[in-house]
Design a protein around this ligand. Structure first.
Ligand SMILES: [Zn+2]
Length: 75
């Protein structure tokens, strides 16, 4: 008689893969979205898709890329 133990204190973090839309219980953070208003959120992928994403981009790199130089006219 061996029954599975369902007494885990916390539920597994189940997330939707952003690429294949499959629910995975082993989500991998592939991107962090930062918002100016309110908290940001993480983008998850399943372990199968995670290697297909580039390494986590640095938030500051993203901001610098989005802003561009001609936005503020400096330089
Ligand atoms: Zn996936």
């Amino acid at each position: 008689m061996s029954e599975p133990t369902f007494n885990a204190p916390t539920r597994k973090p189940v997330r939707l893969c952003v690429r294949c839309n499959v629910v995975t219980d082993a989500p991998v953070v592939v991107s962090e979205v930062h918002q100016s208003s309110g908290p940001g959120f993480n983008v998850y992928a399943c372990p199968k898709c995670a290697p297909l994403f580039p390494a986590l981009p640095d938030a500051f790199d993203l901001l610098n890329g989005w802003r561009g130089r001609n936005e503020d006219g400096a330089e």
